[in-house]
Design a protein around this ligand. Structure first.
Ligand code: CFM
Length: 540
């Protein structure tokens, strides 16, 4: 494929649109150019999708219930809404969990919903919600219940928070809280992340007192155990002598959330979905954070080294080095065999709000070039780095989501590192409380597109013919009909893990199979023969 983005491609992407739409989309399509201090061209992000365009995005309910809270096993989650919302958020994301004992509560295999009907839309659904809460308590005796609002709940005005309060008064042993995460609340699922962070922070964090053993206690933020990623990361932490106190929220429990203020460091994997929590915990408890990435063998080693160096613990540092040496030797064996077959091939990644960046590491290890990438719903800081935060425009849609004012906890605020210690760490390139974004790490002249849509994807595939396209289930079969393999980077195509060392090996093997299979050249898309589908409508 042509490596440089020619101006013709840039025009082709938007020339089918009415001029106003083309102008708007033009601000979300950028040719990368990394200047001094990682400065990159601005990209428009986190704005409404233009009506009529087929976006890849999801909704606020999905971001709150599905993404942030979904992977927690013992907060009983009730979807207040029509059955479809609950059904389609029922484990389709492939987040896994492993309860400590077979008797430990695990509500994840269930889809609990109030199943709102027309009658409830007309006369209100609060009574039904109360009944659902009572039924859930009688059946499961949970410690906590989360209620999640869907679009119609907001439209008819059910007060889910009043219901939560009333039910908590009746059942004081159960922590009951509700999320106003109606699907339409923001421009994408990103709004749901923020709503989830706020509620978990005010209703759960700091309410427990469990403290796990170990000298190096860390919370892992923004890791959701898709395809078993968290299990691999847990294996690595343990081998390096690091205690994983709480994960938000892969393989997590309510008690871990409630007592996460007892850890001494927060590391952030998915910046987009959970940066709010990291910032709020720093302000309230004095726990600093930095960005990590466990996608890619090199990135995993780098992240583990940073974690043990933060604590300055010699014993853990030695353990970590020995572990990294042994693991990377295993990874190298596989990579050496595969890389000659993948070297020089091209990839495009259009996923969510962090994976389009993280997975470039794995392609880099395979010697493949990421020629185009973009997020569905990330904000400018995820593209350009947090340094642009002061210049990010706050529009009406963002203002809709509450920004909590957080101050130091009078009893429990205790800065884990002094200002001087933070400075020393930053001198060693720790970038405390920072994220440099995706674009500064991408090559010059590569293409970055925010909120890619179906039409633009079509143009990219026809014009550039990448060796592999990474996106989700909505894109998968269209791309494959073009004769281009698609790797699902949301659900991992029934596979995984891809995190850590073992995950990297899984990924290398699968990409090798995909980009070297002859089967794709045999695919004849239906539209090659018949570009327009014809049908007849018979009335009566
Ligand atoms: Fe974070 Fe995620 Fe992602 Fe995300 Fe998601 Fe996901 Fe994703 Mo799908 S939290 S932003 S809202 S890394 S569900 S585990 S794969 S779009 S790139």
């Amino acid at each position: 494929m042509e490596q440089t983005v020619d101006s013709k491609l840039m025009t082709d992407l938007t020339n089918k649109y009415p001029s106003k739409v083309a102008r708007k989309r033009g601000k979300q399509v950028v040719v990368n150019n990394v200047g001094d201090q990682g400065l990159v061209p601005p990209i428009q992000a986190n704005v409404r999708t233009i009506p009529g365009i087929i976006t890849m995005r999801g909704c606020s309910y999905a971001g709150c219930k599905g993404v942030v809270l979904g992977p927690t096993r013992d907060i009983l989650q009730i979807t207040h809404g029509p059955i479809g919302c609950g059904f389609y958020s029922w484990l389709t994301r492939r987040n896994q969990t492993r309860p400590p004992t077979p008797e430990s509560p695990n509500y994840m295999p269930y889809a609990m919903s109030t199943d709102l009907q027309e009658e409830n839309i007309i006369f209100g659904g609060e009574k039904k919600l109360k009944k659902a809460v009572e039924e859930a308590i009688t059946l499961f005796h949970p410690r906590a219940i989360g209620i999640f609002s869907t679009c119609p709940v907001g439209l008819i005005g059910d007060d889910v928070h009043a219901v939560a309060r009333e039910m908590e008064e009746k059942y004081p042993d159960v922590n009951i809280f509700a999320f106003s995460c109606e699907g339409y609340k923001g421009v994408s699922q990103s709004a749901g992340h923020h709503i989830a962070n706020n509620k978990v922070f005010t209703e759960v964090v700091g309410t427990g007192d469990m403290k796990k053993d170990g000298k190096l206690r860390v919370n892992l933020l923004g890791e959701y155990n898709i395809g078993g990623d968290a299990f691999e990361i847990e294996r690595i932490f343990e081998a390096c002598g690091v205690t994983l106190h709480a994960t938000f929220s892969g393989n997590s429990s309510y008690e871990e959330f409630a007592s996460c203020h007892n850890a001494d460091l927060n590391v952030v994997m998915c910046h987009r979905s959970i940066n709010y929590m990291a910032e709020m915990m720093d302000k309230k408890y004095g726990i600093p954070w930095f960005k990590v990435n466990f996608i890619g063998a090199n990135a995993t080693s780098k992240s583990m080294r940073k974690i043990v160096q933060y604590f300055g613990d010699q014993e853990a540092a030695a353990k970590t080095e020995a572990f990294i040496e042994a693991e990377t030797a295993e990874v190298k064996k596989v990579l050496d065999a595969i890389r000659p077959r993948t070297e020089g091939k091209t990839a495009m990644l259009f996923v969510g709000g962090s994976r389009a960046h993280h997975y470039q590491e794995l392609f880099h290890e395979l010697g493949m070039k990421t020629v185009a990438a973009g997020y569905e719903f990330a904000h400018r800081d995820d593209y350009e780095g947090r340094k642009v935060l002061p210049t990010v425009k706050v529009d009406a849609d963002s203002r809709n989501i509450e920004e909590l004012t957080v101050s130091p906890d009078p009893a429990r605020y205790s800065p884990r590192k002094s200002a001087e210690e933070i400075m020393t760490l930053n001198d060693k390139d720790f970038r405390m409380g920072d994220y440099e974004g995706m674009m500064p790490e991408m090559e010059q002249g590569t293409l970055v597109i925010d909120d890619l849509n179906h039409h633009e994807m079509d143009v990219l595939l026809r014009r550039c013919k990448p060796d592999v396209f990474c996106a989700g289930i909505k894109e998968k079969y269209v791309v494959q009909k073009y004769g281009i393999p698609l790797k699902q980077l949301h659900s991992y195509d029934y596979s995984g893990p891809y995190a850590g060392y073992r995950g990297a090996v899984n990924f290398y093997r699968e990409i090798d199979r995909m980009v070297n299979s002859k089967v794709w050249s045999l695919v004849a898309p239906p539209w090659r023969e018949e570009p327009q589908l014809r049908g007849a409508y018979v009335a009566g």
